[in-house]
Design a protein. Structure first.
Length: 291
């Protein structure tokens, strides 16, 4: 069970200010300062450094935050499970997960159908968003874990591999280019900034001293089905995981236009807070889901 000083510490880290944390917790600022001094005395180190407008955690403070935030979220989950055992709620706590857009649309339906066949009484709550948004939801305890395609902080989150997915250039049927530079004369149709699908592309282009602006033009669309329809109609080229384009590749409405010098695979990973007591449960769940 976490005490009041822990909750104060977590509030200060999130607010970036002793004053704002005091307002959030409905206590005085001197009380907040006292709680932090007590924690610093206990751990024998400075937990915050001053910034222009507030405070930020030191390296020790960030390490403590990761540990205590995971413990707080585990505590909330444990309390919900205990309440369910005591009959205070109608069912066990829901399976709360997040998925990035490609996984939500093209992978999660199969996984959840199989999961519910094994666990028919399970209550599932799924949120979608880009990797940064899902990481924030885990951090605040709104979801317990997430399936992501983007990059994440491996110091703050543990992970396990779901699958390794081919990442393709797709275009209307036609010839395959010999090099990534051969595609630059096309308009690029892609997801909005922040999406995992776009981040993968930007990183691999940068490794070749290229950027999305090097294409003949850029169209940003938030919907993968809309992107595929535009590309099939000849609006340009796009990049996405094979799993998202498989129906169109099979029907011939889209073609694999991946140049030999741009062959990429990327991980779909399950992530959760490092130090969570539920880590073994998440790993066990993933073993059920792996094809």
């Amino acid at each position: 069970m976490l005490d009041y000083r822990t909750h104060t510490f977590l509030a200060v880290v999130r607010a970036g200010s002793f004053t704002r944390a005091a307002e959030e917790l409905h206590v005085t600022q001197p009380a907040v300062s006292q709680h932090i001094r007590q924690l610093e005395a206990h751990y024998g180190c400075t937990l915050f450094s001053k910034t222009g407008r507030g405070v930020k955690p030191t390296r020790a403070g960030q390490l403590l935050y990761q540990a205590l935030d995971a413990e707080r979220n585990d505590e909330d989950r444990l309390r919900a499970e205990i309440d369910a055992l005591q009959g205070e709620k109608d069912a066990r706590p829901p399976l709360r997960l997040g998925c990035t857009r490609t996984i939500a649309d093209y992978v999660a339906p199969r996984l959840l159908a199989q999961h519910l066949a094994r666990h028919p009484s399970e209550h599932v709550l799924m949120r979608t968003g880009n990797t940064a948004e899902l990481v924030a939801l885990i951090d605040t305890g709104e979801i317990d874990f997430a399936l992501v395609e983007g990059y994440f902080d491996r110091e703050a989150f543990e992970s396990a591999l779901l699958s390794r997915e081919p990442y393709l250039a797709v275009a209307a049927p036609g010839g395959r280019p010999a090099s990534i530079t051969d595609l630059l004369g096309n308009r690029l149709v892609l997801r909005e900034p922040g999406s995992g699908t776009r981040e993968i592309l930007e990183r691999h282009l940068a490794a070749r001293d290229l950027a999305v602006d090097d294409f003949a033009g850029v169209i940003e669309l938030a919907s993968i089905p809309t992107i595929k329809a535009c590309v099939a109609a000849g609006a340009g080229v796009s990049f996405m995981y094979r799993v998202a384009a498989e129906p169109e590749l099979a029907s011939g409405t889209l073609a694999d236009a991946t140049p030999p010098d741009f062959a990429i695979e990327h991980d779909f990973s399950l992530i959760w807070q490092r130090g969570s007591r539920y880590a073994d449960r998440y790993r066990s769940l993933l073993r059920e889901w792996i094809p």
